[in-house]
Design a protein around this ligand. Structure first.
Ligand code: ADP
Length: 392
């Protein structure tokens, strides 16, 4: 029998999964990954092997919505029937917000789910669906051990000063906190850095995907990060604005140009690289565009990162290494080059050839700060935490 850990990322319109076989000495070997997308309209299941070869597809009846429970049940059953001799023995869920209670991954039970429900209003774009996925699996397979891994947990090591805001106590007591996100990715990266730069103590990592953030780490622990209370703050992203002044929001509301819902939608879905360029939120498209607005959007993205590195180098008292990860970080030579060139004052010297080849080391040997491209693997991180909790 092959024991399997499944990792789920349940979103509003899709459920993504990755299935790992537990091997000798608790190693985890990826067997399959895939998703059911189009949950509300045109649900389609796809499973691939680690090389990307399709293992299975299935279209559900068109125009008929399926619930998370049906989707998760289908995935578990499909894996048990289609991977040789497979038995699913545990599931790990990506959950963005663990709040003040969960500073580490946790075994999921009804009490945990009830607490996570209370956080939904703080982060409505991912949290309700992440929690719905965990609840649906618990309903469908009550005996299956489940673990929640939280994007906010990694940042709970930030000093109290970095976690708070200059707001009255009664407001802070409602849960207003600098939570920070992308923590599962930073957790993984923090464990990879010693393999590349064993002496680096003061590190800035940049998770640059559809969502983008940066994290200052001291001795592999988060001390600052750009995403704050929700996932729209900090760096500009594909379609999210990043930081903008509060007084602008008051103006837009006061002038009745937006209400709270349309304002939130605009900041999440029509801003960032898409808003700036008017063309696309996808870095690949911006890089090949001749339109000057595309170049300006990339320049703004690089400028925002440059400001953060300045601030975080100060917070860390210097900088030993800079790490790029996620879709843009791992693949966009121009974005990385833009930032590295702006950091000449720090002694960063870019190795142009290595940068074109996506690393791993993209700084020259005499660069005073080493610069790296390290692919992230959030699913593997969740699978490792899940295994550690269900097989202590
Ligand atoms: P998500 O945050 O949705 O998980 P990813 O980490 O996969 O996304 O990052 C997606 C982004 O990565 C895309 O929006 C695209 O801009 C960028 N990207 C992917 N491949 C490349 C590439 N070859 N060059 C530049 N950017 C890329």
């Amino acid at each position: 029998m092959t024991e399997i850990i499944i990792v789920f990322n349940s979103g509003s319109t899709s459920v993504k999964f990755a299935a790992y076989a537990i091997g000798e000495a608790k190693t985890l070997n990826l067997m399959s990954h895939g998703e059911i997308e189009g949950l509300q309209s045109d649900p389609r299941f796809t499973a691939k092997d680690p090389s990307g070869k399709t293992l299975g597809v299935n279209a559900f009846p068109r125009g008929r919505e399926i619930e998370h429970r049906t989707a998760l049940h289908y995935i578990v059953t499909w894996l048990e029937q289609n991977l040789a001799d497979a038995k699913v023995v545990g599931a790990g869920h990506r959950i963005v917000l663990g709040g003040a209670r969960y500073e580490a991954p946790v075994r999921i039970d009804h009490d945990v789910l009830a607490y996570l429900d209370t956080l939904v209003a703080m982060e409505p774009s991912h949290q309700p669906y992440n929690v719905a996925g965990a609840r649906a699996l618990a309903d469908a397979f009550p005996g299956l051990p489940q673990v929640g891994c939280f994007d906010t947990s990694f940042h709970r090591t930030m000093p109290e000063l970095a976690q708070t805001y200059a707001l009255p106590k009664d407001v802070l007591d409602t849960g207003a906190r600098h939570w920070g996100y992308h923590g599962i990715s930073y957790d993984y990266i923090s464990r990879q850095i010693p393999k590349f730069a064993p002496l680096a103590r003061r590190v800035i990592a940049a998770h640059l995907g559809g969502g983008a953030s940066m994290c200052a780490m001291l001795d592999a622990k988060s001390v600052e990060t750009t995403m704050g209370f929700g996932a729209v703050t900090g760096l500009p992203m594909a379609t999210r604005s990043g930081d903008i002044p509060q007084d602008l929001l008051f103006y837009l509301l006061r002038a009745k140009l937006f209400d709270d819902q349309s304002l939130e939608k605009m900041l999440y879905e029509r801003s960032g690289l898409l808003g700036l360029s008017g063309l696309s939120g996808d870095m690949r498209e911006l890089q090949v565009s001749d339109d000057p607005r595309a170049a300006q959007a990339i320049a703004y993205f690089v400028y925002a990162m440059t400001k953060v590195v300045g601030a975080y180098t100060s917070v860390l008292g210097g900088l030993d290494a800079l790490v790029f990860t996620a879709g843009i970080g791992e693949n966009s030579a121009p974005a990385r080059a833009g930032l590295c060139r702006a950091l000449g004052w720090l002694g960063v010297v870019l190795d142009e050839t290595a940068n074109q080849g996506n690393g791993p080391r993209i700084s020259t040997p005499d660069s005073q700060v080493s610069v790296w491209v390290i692919p992230t693997d959030e699913e593997l991180m969740i699978a490792q935490h899940t295994l550690a909790l269900i097989r202590p």
